[in-house]
Design a protein around this ligand. Structure first.
Ligand code: SF4
Length: 608
């Protein structure tokens, strides 16, 4: 099978930063129809190549960038790529996805994946220019912010290059650190700290190779159908107009907008921070990632001091707004700016500030412990002072930047309301008001996650009643499998508001020529890939005990709003979900299910 005629480059680039060794290897040809690319390829490489119990911040950890067969094609949103590693925040499997303009550049340079191992003695950058790949000193960039480093690299290399960089929190191995392609981020789980632990400041990439699809005529037809589905969807139109924040008002109406560190599900100032309000007062132009017909990104009008951002997105708005009771759009923009400028995950940073505000509300932390800052609910200036400390790793920022779980170890009385799962801060949907999403948070392999199959339609599409657990395990299983297929083909998830799995399947089959007779085969692939990520966690010691939620969701009834009196009935959902997945009662996939999914045979050489 010639993968080069099937939308792949058939090359993995491997760079060992300890030895300086750089080489390439072909893709695992037999495995590719089973894992496809993106998430599937990243999970397969991590599972088969990373030794169990590797310290996430040791040179032995792997940082894997992978793209999918659709990356770099003409498919809608084809700039997507994936980064996979073992997370320092959770100790679990971690994958992140980003749009922007770097993913297709790696593909055009001739690589389906980049596997980085080892650690350099001093700061370096990796330069990928088609076949020419080299390591160069990056001492001059160390300590610089995301925009500073990006601008210097643009000056040094030119505008036809794309870069990935980390900021100071990544260099200093903090759990809130991400990896940035200009304004777009691989944000979660401390992936930036893994890059920092390798003393890798930047990856600069340029390429000009074509991508060849398997059946051009079939692909062109699939492309027409995909674009029609995206263009004709009212939801993608709303995304274009009001960005991802367009859903904030309806989530608030449903009582699922986490407010004051999830103490409430409705925010009294929701109107002030809605998509419509940002559109009217703060946004001046749209931003689109590579190949995107939607353009959900928005650039703001500069603030008085010149600060401007591409954002805020819905998750950022929740985390830095209602979660901290901040109803000022300008304050949210400022907080977002600090996160983007210094390379931090807005969800985790907002989770930290909300948690610290509640610790302060309850008298469990003093201003003295926070370098004199008094973090009262709604105080944007106090929040900004704390975020600046985190960004610069100064004073209390040194430990705040390790995230909610680490702070809760320092202040154990706060554990019942430390809003994280497996060490990852919670996203923007209140679990007690969205039971299928609650199951997704509890089970998702990277910790609390809204992007690994949470059935968010239960909140904003009428797909199901968000307050009941009936049918939710099956709904989560299906959305998780669909999402994993999407992440393995490597398209942004938002075209999925118009496209169905059928349109994705048509594109994938035409591009790869793989034998997937029906869309259900792609869904099965998604389940296989999710299960592979689960197997990684099982090998690291994760089981049912880790598939849980904070006490706030399990035993403290919601105080008001549409979900008043509700908690999450997690155990029955776990029982049913494990049964549907073919896992035992402890959440371990059974040998029989692994055989059915084709994983037993796929992993045999690794097991041996
Ligand atoms: S929909 Fe938004 S996040 Fe997705 S590719 Fe387009 S601009 Fe990027």
């Amino acid at each position: 099978m010639d993968l080069k005629q099937r939308a792949y480059c058939d090359r993995i680039l491997r760079v060992n930063l300890s030895t300086g060794t750089i080489n390439t290897a072909p893709l695992p040809a037999e495995a590719m129809p089973l894992v496809l690319g993106g998430k599937g390829l990243g999970a397969w490489l991590l599972y088969t190549e990373l030794a169990p119990h590797t310290d996430p911040l040791s040179p032995d950890n792997l940082l894997i960038f992978s793209n999918g067969p659709l990356t770099g094609t003409t498919a809608p949103t084809a700039g997507r790529f994936c980064a996979t590693t073992r997370s320092p925040a959770t100790g679990a499997y971690l994958d992140n996805y980003s749009g922007g303009y770097w993913g297709q550049m790696l593909k055009y340079a001739g690589y389906d994946a980049l596997v980085i191992s080892g650690a350099a003695d001093s700061p370096v950058m990796l330069v990928i220019d088609n076949d020419r790949v080299e390591l160069r000193p990056a001492d001059h960039l160390w300590g610089s912010t995301v925009t500073e480093a990006t601008a210097r690299l643009r000056d040094e290399f030119g505008h036809d290059w794309q870069s990935l960089v980390i900021g100071p929190p990544g260099e200093q191995l903090r759990n809130v650190a991400g990896i940035f392609n200009e304004t777009r981020a691989l944000a979660r789980g401390g992936v930036g700290a893994v890059m920092g632990s390798k003393r890798l400041k930047a990856i600069v990439t340029r390429g000009n190779r074509p991508v060849r699809v398997f059946d051009k005529a079939k692909y062109e037809r699939a492309l027409q159908l995909a674009f029609r589905a995206v263009r004709m969807s009212s939801k993608t139109t709303l995304l274009s107009r009001e960005g991802t924040v367009n859903i904030l008002e309806i989530i608030n109406v449903m009582g699922a907008l986490p407010t004051r560190n999830f103490q409430q599900g409705q925010f009294e100032l929701a109107d002030e921070v809605s998509g419509a309000a940002f559109r009217e007062h703060n946004w001046k132009k749209d931003y689109a990632c590579f190949g995107c017909p939607i353009a959900c990104g928005k650039w703001t009008v500069p603030l008085e001091d010149g600060k401007t951002i591409e954002g805020p997105e819905y998750e950022t708005t929740f985390a830095l707004g209602p979660n901290c009771a901040i109803g000022s759009r300008e304050a949210i923009i400022r907080l977002n700016w600090w996160c983007d400028e210094y390379g931090m995950d807005t969800i985790s940073v907002g989770g930290v500030i909300g948690f610290v505000m509640e610790l302060y509300q309850r008298g469990l932390i003093s201003a003295q412990e926070l370098d004199g800052i008094e973090p009262r609910w709604g105080d944007g200036a106090a929040a900004e002072a704390l975020v600046e400390k985190m960004a610069k790793i100064e004073g209390c920022g040194e430990w705040l930047a390790q995230g909610v779980a680490a702070i809760a170890e320092r202040y154990p009385e706060g554990k019942p309301f430390a809003m994280h799962v497996k060490g990852l801060e919670m996203p923007a949907y209140h679990p007690s008001a969205a039971k299928g999403t609650a199951l997704a948070y509890a089970v998702s392999e990277r910790g609390a996650c809204h992007l690994r199959g949470a059935p968010l339609g239960e909140l904003f599409s009428g797909a199901a009643d968000p307050l009941t657990i009936t049918g939710k395990p099956q709904l989560f299983r299906d959305t998780q499998a669909d999402t994993a297929a999407w992440d393995s083909a490597c398209l942004c998830l938002f075209p999925g508001y118009g496209m169905t799995l059928k349109e994705l399947w048509q594109l994938v089959v035409a591009a790869t020529g793989f034998d997937y007779p029906t869309p259900a085969d792609l869904q099965l692939l998604g389940e296989r890939v999710s299960t592979l990520a689960r197997l990684f966690n099982v090998r690291e010691g994760f089981n049912r005990a880790h598939d849980t939620l904070p006490a706030r969701n399990l035993s403290q009834p919601m105080g008001g709003g549409p979900a008043a009196g509700h908690v999450v009935e997690l155990e029955p959902m776990l029982d049913e979900y494990y049964r549907i997945m073919g896992w035992d009662q402890n959440g371990i996939p059974t040998p029989e299910r692994l055989r059915e999914l084709g994983l037993a045979a796929l992993l045999e050489p690794a097991a041996g």
